[in-house]
Design a protein around this ligand. Structure first.
Ligand SMILES: C[S@@+](CC[C@H](N)C(=O)[O-])C[C@H]1O[C@@H](n2cnc3c(N)ncnc32)[C@H](O)[C@@H]1O
Length: 257
């Protein structure tokens, strides 16, 4: 499965979060947190580009920016995100990841302290998310009709999964969302991977990249690479058939002026 119709019909947000967004998959949001705390990247406005139904990356960066926009192609994912932002009772819970983040910042011992800190963080995230909007990676302006550029754009496991046009063109379209001098953090499926599981269905990684090919495409899209990192998935992901590849990689870039 890979077409927009396949996604619309078969991508179940709750199944996806169960399979893919546990704290053992927190490499990308943890890295975002590290990149901001160490000052490698900074900015006022942040776009989570192709969020799926996930909020862990937004939770990780929210203390460091003032305005967050979340873009996602699928209405069912945007609905899930909106449920969490509205604090609806049946929203997917991100408490365990938010607790993990708070413990990264400082080691609170008391359970009471942690509970208060989680609630405060949730309020803060909700106040900073200004928009949940549709996106389409195939468009020259992927967030049309909105017209905006951002200081920092983060995108995880999306540009290599979006079918249509070419990978290089999708990266150029993404580049149009980043301000000159701004940052782009991309988390990519590892080379050689084909399929990933969402509940009872398998979606395709349409254009898996090697880090070397990705670097060429990023350069052509106007970026200088600042850092790369490799992430080896927990063995259970392969054993349980969730993914058919062992690793993923992260690329941190800055858009040229
Ligand atoms: C593997 S999920 C990644 C979700 C999330 N970013 C994460 O890291 O868990 C793939 C995402 O690609 C999105 N997608 C697929 N085709 C797309 C397209 N043409 N434009 C934008 N997003 C697309 C899907 O809606 C889905 O959210």
């Amino acid at each position: 499965m890979f077409s927009k119709t396949d996604y619309a019909m078969h991508f179940n947000p709750v199944d996806y979060v169960k399979d893919w967004a546990g704290t053992d998959m927190s490499f990308y949001p943890d890295k975002l947190h590290e990149l901001f705390t160490t000052g490698v990247i900074k900015g006022n406005t942040y776009l989570e580009y192709g969020a799926g139904p996930t909020l862990h990356s937004v939770a990780a960066i929210s203390p460091f920016v003032n305005e967050i926009t979340i873009a996602e192609m699928l209405p069912q994912n945007r609905r899930e995100l909106t449920k969490w932002l509205n604090d609806d009772e049946d929203a997917i819970s991100w408490d365990s990841y938010i607790e993990h983040l708070i413990r990264l910042d400082n080691n609170r011992d008391s359970a009471e302290d942690i509970k208060i800190a989680i609630e405060k963080r949730k309020l803060s995230i909700r106040s900073k998310v200004k928009n949940v909007i549709p996106c389409d990676a195939l468009l020259l302006n992927p967030i049309a009709p909105m017209n905006a550029t951002f200081d920092v754009v983060g995108s995880s496991l999306m540009l290599d999964c979006a079918a249509g046009s070419t990978y290089k063109q999708r990266l150029k379209n993404a580049s149009a969302l980043v301000k000159p001098g701004g940052f782009f953090v991309q988390f990519s499926n590892g080379p050689g991977c084909c399929n990933w599981k969402c509940g009872s269905v398998f979606f395709k990684v349409v254009d898996p990249q090697t880090p070397e090919d990705n670097a060429i495409a990023l350069d052509e899209a106007g970026f200088n690479i600042l850092q790369t990192a490799n992430f080896e998935l927990p063995p259970s992901f392969c054993q349980d058939g969730i993914f058919d590849c062992k690793d993923m990689f992260l690329t941190v870039c800055r858009k040229r002026y």
